[in-house]
Design a protein. Structure first.
Length: 254
């Protein structure tokens, strides 16, 4: 009995509640198949199956290494060459060597085959003190290989994984096929007044260097174990740790 204002109304249950029947989880009637319970159950079952399959693959499947990593240089062509070395199974040292030879073709004013320098190699797996390889100093003549070539060959014998020829050949092929001249190369040639060697160049022009390609091909064809013995000078100096290099740098500071 309810009261609304001054009027009294009587409410009755015209359709009395009836005790329902319990439905089991496996009762596959039409209402259950079309309801959300079936969707949730199917999704949960599928999730369990996928998770179990992944766990089995991790513990009992074949070990796979996905190739990751990239190389960044001053040249798009050289970056592609370095990255392709990684994709072909080479390590970071292999990619560095191939990229350096490529830069000697595309940007000779920045990276010369007779250039000198210091290379630091750090292995993140062993976490040991990095090795510092010094291939600077000394002079070269027509009877010896250029300093950069000797330095890279020394690094390759210590840390490289791919064959020596596979690292030099891409640069030789690029010099033979040609590349688009970058603006900075044109500017460097004009400032150095060496147009008599290259001719008058324009940015975006295709440049082929047959003589350099032949030289790189000869370097690539030298057996990797014979690169250093062919050199008449002393091999590059290996500093056992970067601490040695850092101490020398500190002594040079004012």
């Amino acid at each position: 009995m309810t009261t609304v204002g001054d009027a009294a109304l009587e409410t009755r249950e015209n359709i009395p509640l009836q005790k329902g029947r319990k439905k089991s989880l496996c009762s596959c009637n039409e209402d259950y198949l079309s309801g959300s319970k079936f969707i949730n159950t199917a999704f949960g079952t599928l999730t369990v199956i996928i998770t179990a399959a992944l766990l089995l693959q991790i513990y009992y499947g074949d070990y796979q290494v996905e190739p990751h990593g990239s190389v960044a240089t001053d040249s798009l062509e050289c970056s592609k060459i370095g990255t392709s070395i990684l994709k072909n199974g080479g390590n970071s040292v292999d990619a560095t060597i191939a990229s350096a030879f490529c830069l000697a073709v595309v940007t000779p004013h920045l990276t010369s085959l007779d250039g000198e320098g210091i290379l630091l190699v750090y292995n993140h797996r062993t976490r040991l003190v990095p090795d510092v390889i010094n291939f600077s100093g000394g002079s070269t003549d027509s009877r010896s290989l250029p300093r950069l070539v000797v330095g890279l060959a020394f690094v390759h014998q210590m840390f490289g994984s791919l064959p020596w020829k596979d690292l030099v050949q891409p640069a030789a092929d690029l010099a033979r096929k040609g590349f688009l001249i970058p603006k900075m190369l044109v500017q460097a040639i004009r400032e150095a007044k060496t147009e008599d060697l290259y001719g008058r160049l324009e940015a975006g022009q295709l440049l082929r260097l047959e003589a350099l390609s032949n030289s790189l091909q000869q370097i690539a064809d030298i057996p990797e174990k014979a690169v250093l013995p062919h050199n008449k000078r002393q091999p590059p100096q290996l500093w056992p740790s970067c601490e040695t290099h850092l101490q020398r740098v500190r002594h040079l500071r004012p």
